[in-house]
Every structure is written in structure tokens, then in C-alpha cells.
Design a protein around this ligand. Sequence first.
Ligand SMILES: C[S@@+](CC[C@H](N)C(=O)[O-])C[C@H]1O[C@@H](n2cnc3c(N)ncnc32)[C@H](O)[C@@H]1O
Length: 273
Amino acid sequence: MTEASFNRFRTFIEGNLGIKMPPSKMIMLETRLGKRLRALRLDDYEQYCDYVFSDEGFAQEIQQLIDVVTTNETDFFRESHHFDLMTSRVLPSLVQENGIKNLNVWSVAASTGQESYTLAMVIEEFARAKAIPLEYKILGTDISEKVLKIATTGIYTLHQASKIPDSLKRRYCMKSKNPEQKTLRMTPEIRQKVLFRQLNLMDDSYPIRKQYHIVFCRNVFIYFDRPTQKQVLQRIYSHIAPGGYLFMGHSENIGSVDLALRSISTAAYRKEE
Ligand SMILES: C[S@@+](CC[C@H](N)C(=O)[O-])C[C@H]1O[C@@H](n2cnc3c(N)ncnc32)[C@H](O)[C@@H]1O
């Protein structure tokens, strides 16, 4: 890829997605865009660059570009300490101490949905153990259409689902009727609690009306530079209910911001009442 093409991609990716694209990522970008070159039968990155930034190409191809440049790694019960904290501290404080009967939960960079469905299972288990009726809705958002499509199906390979404990699999997952198909699907009861929508964290404001009691914003800030992290955090913060909780990835933090967020555990915060 020529430096000129790289810089055009870089300007778009950093400016519109917030994802850092230093020159050291050129090879990674080439590898990922290679799939699109082959799909479109183009000879080189320069042709792809001209196409994607033309009027027609932008309309046809930009979502595919976004899908390949985002890193969507995720898992069920990833960084499981946060889910333990949900059961031991967050849910008791919101539901039992504050009497909230209708929880709003937001998975900010939901990827293929494993985080959202883990949250659903953890909330279900909590309500079951305490024998309390508990309503909740989980919103999963991401910029990539491709991952959101997978998330919406709630279908995972057995390998992808290997971190779900067997007892929860029995309660919240259905095996495929076709034994050749090594997949399972989240039950309709769980799927109907979770809604997936496209949202770009770089947008000036988010089309969200609710205030969220629990916000998972994990493993996306690592791709942003500091100024972007600050702006995105301010916007997310405005959608956290007073007394609500924010979770970041274990290698992320809120940095030095003037927000009413108190650290309660590793990469976990509570917004002051
Ligand atoms: C590594 S995944 C994190 C998934 C999950 N939160 C977890 O911790 O397992 C990061 C996700 O952030 C999404 N993402 C990257 N930039 C974004 C942006 N500007 N707006 C919304 N989502 C974005 C990517 O598409 C990707 O699915």
C-alpha cells in the first residue's frame, strides 16, 4: 500500500471511528483489506482506496471497510470478575437496597453479543436465587453491522460457548436440532431481553433516551486515543443513571476526568447519586 493510500484510510478510520491507525498498523490494515480486494476483484489497495472514497463506493463499501478494520474479539464471561461483582455487589445494591425493579443495561461495544447475553444470564440467575421478580432490558450497540447480525441471531458454536457453565447452558441455551451442527442458541426468553442497535461512539450525541443503571464499556477504549476516550466517556457518562455502574476493560480506566465516578473495584466505577 502506498503511503498516500494508507493516509487516506487512516484519516477516515481515526476521524470517523476513533480507532488509532499509526503507520505500524499498515501491515495489519493490508491483511484485513486484502479480503475486500479479493471480493471486489481489485488489483491493488490504490484501486480499493479510490473506489471506497468515491460516491458510489462509499455508499456500497464503507460498512464492509468498518467491519474489517474493527477488532471484535469477545467471549462469554470475559473478565469474569465483573460478573462476580454484579452478583455480589451491583445487583444487590440496585435491586435490594434501591428497590429498582426495572433495570436498564447497556453493552456499549457489544461485538457479537456474548457480553450482553452473559449479563442477561447473570441477572436471571440473581433474580432466581433471590426469588424476586425483576424486569430488565439490555441494549447492545456496536459500529459493525456484521457483528450485530451475529449478535441478533444469538447462535454460537459450541467452542464459542465453552465458557458458559453447563448449568446455565441447560437453562438459557438450546442445542441445535441438527446434531451435525455444532451450535447452540440462546433461548427466546433471553433473546427477547436483549436488543442490538448500531451506534458509533464517535457521534456527537447518541440516540438514546434512557438512563442506564449498568453500563459495560469494555475493550473498546484501548483503540481510541486519550482525547477521544475523554469525549466518548463524557457522552456515555451522561447516559448513566445516578447511582449506576460503569465497567471498563481490565486494561482500561477512566483516566483523569472531572466526573462523579468512584472506583469500586478493578475497572469498575459507580456514578454518585
Ligand atoms: C474487542 S470488542 C469488545 C467486545 C466486548 N465489549 C468485550 O469486552 O468482550 C470491541 C468492539 O468495539 C467496536 N467499536 C470500535 N470502534 C467503535 C465505535 N467508534 N463505535 C462503536 N463501536 C466501536 C468494534 O466493532 C468491536 O466490536
